[in-house]
Structures are given as structure tokens and as C-alpha cells.
Design a binder for this molecule. Structure first.
Ligand SMILES: [Zn+2]
Length: 346
């Protein structure tokens, strides 16, 4: 009996032992599976991190390589903007701080042909004028003279048989009076710019404007015997410094028989006196060639001022370059030339 019981216990213990082994194996398998899953998870995370790093490196390399291109494009954009700004500012030396000129627009680029020219009352020699294609005539103009440079400018123009137009200011000393006379005697155009050239005064009211224009007209007449009807607004016809409506001023000018002339090319000498003669020439050539493409003749703004000698030095190279490209400068502005006007006041 004891033996039988002992056998049963031993058998039971054997079975228990086998069950325990199975459970332990099952637990081991589960444990191993969990470990593998954990390792896989860590491997996936590691791969993701590596891929993330790779992508970041690629993005950084792309950004670094694109930076110079982006910077160049940005600088080009800035330069273009600055060039346009210079172009605007150049026309308004007198109103450096406050004038914003509107874009230059020419009302009609075609000039009356030589055969149709009428004699102007400012000494223009129509007989020597060539017939040229639209866009091939350049009218050189000088504002703010006379100055200590006027004689030198006249000599250069004379040497190259070129005519120009001087929009002058009021000076009554002997040299200036002689300069007015010489301008006319040498067949150049003379027009009114301003007697005082003081914005605050001339644009303060219509009557102040009229006084300024009439004073300058009388001075030119006294010096030269010419009663000119050519006028150039200080700051251009689109200036924004005038306290009086420019339309009102322009209407009065028209009633009095005046024609006002702006410009569609300039050398930029109003911006700073430090621009080199080469730069001054280049500034003009760019605009003149654009005008030519559009079939427009060019009216070029320069300044006849004592402290702008670079303009004088640029004049001969400018004339030579323009002539080499077939441009005619044999005619001063006159009332038979359709004027370049930034703003047409009707
Ligand atoms: Zn001026």
C-alpha cells in the first residue's frame, strides 16, 4: 500500500515536473520574443534618427549652396531698385530731401522733320539740321548755368559742331551776362529755368512763380535780345515740392506761350559731384539707347554748375560716343520740337 502510494506520488511529481518545464520554456520563449521586439524597436528608432540626420545634413548643404545664389539675386534686386532711385533723384538736385519725381514719360517722340522746322527765336540754326530717323536725335540740355564751366562747355560744343540748350538761372555779373550772350550767339537754345531757383519762393504761389519767370525772361532779353518761350521747371514738371498746383502753373505758362521741357535721359550729376566722367557717359548712353529702341528722340539732362566739372570732362567722350553710334546733336531744343514732359497738364 505504501509502495503504491509512493509510486503515485512519484508519478504525480514527475507530471508536475514536466508541466513546470513546459511553462518555463513558454516563459523563456515569450521573454526572448519580447527581447527581439525591443531590439527591433530600438533598431527602427536608430534608423529613423540616422535618416533624420541625413536629411538635415542634405538640407543644410542645399541651404549653404543656395545661399550665394539667393544673396546675389537679392543684391541684384537691391541694385536695380537703387538705380531706379538714382535715376529719380538725379533729376532733382535742388530738392534732394523731398522731391520724388514721377517716371519720365515722353508725350510724343517724333520730331518735326528738318524740312518742317520753323526758325526759333532763340538762335537755333535750322538750316544745318539733318533729317534723321526717330530716336536718332539727342538734345543736350544744361540746367542751372551760367557757371565758371559755361565757356568750357561752349568750347567743347563748338569744337564738335554740336548744339545744346541751356535752361538758365538769374545772374547779373559781367561773366554771366557774357555767357547768356555767347550761348545765343553760338546758336544754342536758351530757356528759362528760374531767376532765384529757390523752391520755397517760386512755388509759394502763382504770382511768385510768375514774378520769377518774368524776371528771368527779362534778364535773358536784356542780355541777348531774345525773348525765349522755352521753360524747364526746377525739379521737373512732376515735382512734389510745389505748394501751388503745378497744373495751375503749367496752364499759366501755356497761356503765356511757353513750352516746358523735361528730360528722358540724364547723367546723374545731380546726385553727387563724385560720379566719374565714364559713369556719367554710361548713364546717358543707357537711356538714349532705350529711347532709340522705342523710336523716341532723347532729351538729356546735365548741369552747368561750377562744382560739377566731371560733367564738363564727360562731355567730349559723350559726344564722340553718341556720334559713333549715329546720333545727331545738331539741333537745340526749340518750340517746334515736341517736348518731353514728365507730366502733361491739360
Ligand atoms: Zn535746377
Amino acid at each position: 500500500m505504501y509502495a503504491y502510494c509512493g509510486m503515485l506520488i512519484i508519478k504525480k511529481l514527475g507530471l508536475l515536473n514536466l508541466e513546470m518545464k513546459d511553462k518555463i520554456e513558454t516563459l523563456e520563449e515569450r521573454y526572448n520574443a519580447l527581447m527581439r521586439a525591443e531590439q527591433n524597436r530600438k533598431a527602427v528608432i536608430r534608423r529613423r534618427r540616422i535618416n533624420l540626420c541625413k536629411n538635415l545634413i542634405v538640407i543644410i548643404i542645399c541651404l549653404i549652396s543656395m545661399a550665394p545664389t539667393c544673396l546675389s539675386a537679392y543684391l541684384m534686386y537691391q541694385v536695380t531698385g537703387m538705380e531706379q532711385q538714382i535715376s529719380y533723384l538725379a533729376g532733382q538736385r535742388e530738392a534732394e530731401d523731398s522731391v520724388n519725381l514721377a517716371e519720365v514719360a515722353e508725350t510724343d517722340g517724333n520730331n518735326v522733320s528738318a524740312a518742317g522746322d520753323k526758325s526759333s527765336d532763340n538762335g537755333d540754326i535750322s538750316g544745318s539740321v539733318k533729317k534723321v530717323k526717330p530716336g536718332k536725335r539727342v538734345y543736350l540740355t544744361f540746367d542751372d548755368g551760367p557757371s565758371e564751366n559755361t565757356s568750357e562747355i561752349l568750347d567743347i560744343l563748338n569744337k564738335h559742331n554740336v548744339k545744346a540748350t541751356f535752361f538758365v538761372v538769374g545772374k547779373t555779373d559781367e561773366d554771366s551776362m557774357n555767357n547768356y550772350r555767347e550761348i545765343v550767339n553760338q546758336g544754342h537754345g536758351i530757356g528759362i529755368h528760374s531767376y532765384t531757383h529757390k523752391y520755397d519762393e517760386i512755388y509759394s504761389s502763382l504770382s511768385a512763380f510768375q514774378t520769377d519767370v518774368n524776371s528771368m525772361s527779362d534778364l535773358i532779353y536784356a542780355a541777348t535780345g531774345v525773348r525765349t518761350h522755352m521753360y524747364r521747371f526746377p525739379g521737373g514738371s512732376s515735382n512734389s515740392v510745389s505748394k501751388t498746383s503745378v497744373k495751375e502753373l503749367a496752364n499759366w505758362l501755356t497761356e503765356e506761350g511757353y513750352v516746358y521741357y523735361d528730360w528722358n535721359a540724364l547723367n546723374g550729376d545731380a546726385v553727387t559731384k563724385d560720379l566719374s566722367p565714364d559713369t556719367l557717359v554710361d548713364n546717358i548712353m543707357g537711356s538714349v539707347e532705350n529711347n532709340e529702341k522705342a523710336g523716341r528722340d532723347s532729351t538729356v539732362l546735365m548741369h552747368d554748375l561750377t562744382n560739377k566739372h566731371n560733367t564738363v570732362e564727360s562731355l567730349e567722350p559723350l559726344i564722340e560716343k553718341l556720334k559713333s553710334k549715329g546720333f545727331a546733336m545738331d539741333k537745340a531744343l526749340s518750340e517746334d520740337v515736341n517736348p518731353v514732359q514728365q507730366k502733361v497738364w491739360r
